[in-house]
Design a protein around this ligand. Structure first.
Ligand SMILES: O=C(CNCc1ccccc1)Nc1scc(-c2ccccc2)c1C(=O)NCc1ccccc1
Length: 328
């Protein structure tokens, strides 16, 4: 079997939301290659924590409670959720898991309540970091992968328009040139890979550093790189500065932004400058940068700002996992 589902950007491309059928309900979930839990708003939550989201109905005929199973998750930005666990049929664009762990929230943090476009998350990192106790559950991809035409999924994220995720096949209309594959280190449960040198702007190579280990994370909006690369980038953006009040680099919204080329698997991938204008700060006609430092995160994260520039293939067809990137 295969699946194909639209990925709809929220405002400022902050996250990408996809329709998922659970039992007889359709919920809109944030597909997240940086976490491994499929959790949803549910009828078990206090109404004070729900602001228009669709609630998974735990009383529906097809939902089977997994007694004694609970979950609790917190993300690096301090947001989090917790609840209990059901099994139900989950269909993503035609790819169907007949008995998938659906983690029904009994409580969510305010960040999720106020994210009115999202009814929960669908984790696509490795099941080794699933947060269900006493027994971790498999992600949707792990549940269905043996039944897929090919054991892989792809992400085509677009700015200000629908992109798509596919399960079980590569859509050759979504990219140009060839796919560059590189090995994945999943020892921390992420789609980890090694990134090489970088160049700021189309000019000659004006950078000397290399980026090193990184993760491909559709659930993180921005791109978080080592300080040297970030300072090198913003040194080419006139009027840019680090704003402690805004918590990152900002610049005049009228600034012209250079591209950033990153070498992965020996191939240079170009992130256009426009990808690095994330959102207005709300003050002084300054904008918040889509490229920020990884200090304090502990990871170099290739989030949506990068993934919008490529076609990404999350591939387990070779036994050991690999990740592929192609220009689009
Ligand atoms: O947690 C994830 C993937 N899930 C992102 C997500 C989706 C919906 C709601 C909340 C979060 N990715 C990773 S791997 C490592 C981190 C991290 C980030 C900061 C400090 C420590 C660890 C994160 C993460 O939290 N990403 C989201 C994020 C939010 C704000 C700032 C940076 C990253």
């Amino acid at each position: 079997q295969t699946g194909t589902v639209a990925a709809n950007p929220e405002q400022y491309d902050q996250a990408y939301i996809c329709p998922v059928t659970i039992g007889s309900q359709t919920l809109h979930l944030d597909f997240d290659t940086g976490s491994s839990d499929l959790w949803v708003f549910s009828n078990l939550m206090p109404s004070s924590e729900v602001d228009g989201q669709t609630e998974f109905n735990t009383n529906s005929a097809g939902a089977t409670k997994k007694d004694g199973y609970t979950w609790s998750i917190s993300y690096g930005d301090g947001s989090g959720a917790s609840g209990v666990v059901y099994a139900d049929t989950v269909n993503v664009g035609g790819a169907t898991a007949t008995s998938q762990a659906v983690e029904a929230a009994t409580s969510v943090s305010s960040e999720f309540t106020s994210d009115t476009g999202s009814d929960g998350l669908l984790g696509l990192a490795f099941s080794s970091i699933n947060q269900v106790k006493p027994t971790p559950q498999t992600t949707f991809f792990d549940t269905v992968k043996s039944s897929l035409e090919a054991e892989l999924f792809t992400a085509d994220l677009q700015s200000n328009g629908p992109g798509s995720y596919t399960f079980g096949y590569i859509d050759s209309s979504k990219y140009t040139g060839s796919i560059t594959y590189t090995a994945v280190d999943n020892s921390q449960g992420f789609w980890g890979f090694t990134a090489g040198g970088y160049t700021v702007g189309g000019g000659g190579s004006n950078s000397t550093g290399t980026i090193g280990s990184a993760i491909a994370d559709t659930g993180t909006s921005l791109m978080y790189l080592p300080t040297a690369a970030v300072q090198s980038y913003y040194s080419q953006v006139s009027g840019s500065s680090y704003s402690s009040s805004q918590g990152g680099y900002i610049f005049p919204c009228s600034a012209s932004l250079p591209s950033l080329t990153v070498s992965i698997g020996g191939h240079g991938f170009v992130v256009p400058g426009s990808n690095f204008n994330y959102s207005p700060t709300g003050s002084g006609n300054t904008c918040f940068g889509g490229l920020q430092e990884n200090t304090g995160i502990g990871f170099t994260i290739f989030g949506d700002v990068f993934l919008r520039a490529v076609y990404a293939i999350f591939d387990e067809t070779q036994g050991s996992p690999r990740i592929g990137f192609a220009a689009q």
